[in-house]
Every structure is written in structure tokens, then in C-alpha cells.
Design a protein around this ligand. Structure first.
Ligand SMILES: [Zn+2]
Ligand SMILES: [Zn+2]
Length: 175
């Protein structure tokens, strides 16, 4: 049981009853690529279904992200919605209730990790790193302008220019 454990035994015997839940705690986990860098906050409403408890609300935490273009890292506050059903049954799709206690860490972690952008970019106009010298182009030009970095065919075009230096080629279209 984690720091996000709540006693809901009062709700279980009263179907339809509701109670707000407000919790903050450290949670373990994340992945090699995704780090949860702040305590996790859950603000939700727990409602008794008779056979269990459904918890709906918001989970929030800061996640360490790395820009896929320029590799700068920063912390971003994420606040996905949470909706989790807890019952004392042996079903992998339902979170368990054990002796009146529910642990909000597994669904909170699931929602946070699912909310992380797949290709995080630190700013919409991030220029990325120079493919030749590795300079961060957001900090200024590096002097490698003549190489067509934006085209996947840049290397191929260079080769063709070298082998057929007398022929003229149409420009490789850029997107
Ligand atoms: Zn960037
Ligand atoms: Zn460069």
C-alpha cells in the first residue's frame, strides 16, 4: 500500500454515498524515460456502487520531459483525469479493495504515464540540434548552413553531386 491509500470502509456499506478524496503522496515508478519529479496529488470523488467504490477526479504531478529535438529537459505539470473502479474481486481489470482500503497509486501512475506526450517538444518552434556539429540551433546559427539538414535525402544528394558534378539536379523538395 502506498501513500495514496484511502480507507473507504465507511462507503462500502452505504451504496450511493459519496465522499471527496484529497490526497498527496510520493509514488514510486515511472519508466527509464519518464520520471515523476513531484509528489502526486489526487482530488476526486469516491462513490459507493454497493459492490465497490468508483473514484473519479484529477491526478496531478510534475513529470521530467526531454525535448526530442534539442534534448533540453524541463518539468511539466500534468493533470489528467482519473476514473477507477475498486472492488474486492479477483479481476485484473478492476483495482482491488483490501480490508476496506483502496490504493490510488496504480491508477494515478497509469493516468500520468498515459498523459505524457510521446514526442515532447519544449517549444513549438524548437530548431533542434545541428546534425553536423551538434550545436543547439535555438541558441544561434552554428555555421553549417550549406548542408541541407531538413531533408532525409541530403546525404544522398551530396553523393550524387559528387559523382555527377557536371550534371545539374532539381532541388530536393523540402516539406
Ligand atoms: Zn527543444
Ligand atoms: Zn552545425
Amino acid at each position: 500500500m502506498s501513500e495514496l491509500t484511502v480507507d473507504v470502509s465507511d462507503l462500502l456499506s452505504h451504496p450511493g454515498d459519496r465522499r471527496p478524496i484529497s490526497l498527496e503522496g510520493e509514488i514510486t515508478g515511472g519508466t527509464d524515460l519518464i520520471r515523476i519529479v513531484s509528489p502526486v496529488t489526487v482530488n476526486a470523488l469516491a462513490e459507493s456502487t454497493g459492490s465497490g467504490v468508483i473514484v473519479k477526479g484529477i491526478v496531478s504531478a510534475s513529470i521530467a520531459l526531454v525535448c526530442v529535438r534539442c534534448l533540453v529537459d524541463w518539468d511539466e505539470q500534468l493533470a489528467p483525469t482519473l476514473s477507477a473502479l475498486f472492488e474486492s474481486v479477483d479481476d485484473p481489470d478492476i483495482f482491488p479493495i483490501a480490508e476496506g482500503l483502496i490504493d490510488l497509486e496504480p491508477p494515478a501512475r497509469d493516468e500520468l504515464l498515459a498523459a505524457v506526450p510521446v514526442n515532447a517538444i519544449h517549444a513549438p518552434d524548437c530548431k533542434g540540434l545541428c546534425g553536423s556539429c551538434g550545436a543547439d540551433l535555438n541558441k544561434g546559427e552554428c555555421g553549417c548552413d550549406e548542408i541541407e539538414l531538413s531533408s532525409p535525402f541530403a546525404g544522398l544528394k551530396e553523393l550524387m553531386d559528387l559523382t555527377e558534378s557536371t550534371a545539374s539536379h532539381p532541388e530536393v523538395p523540402k516539406d
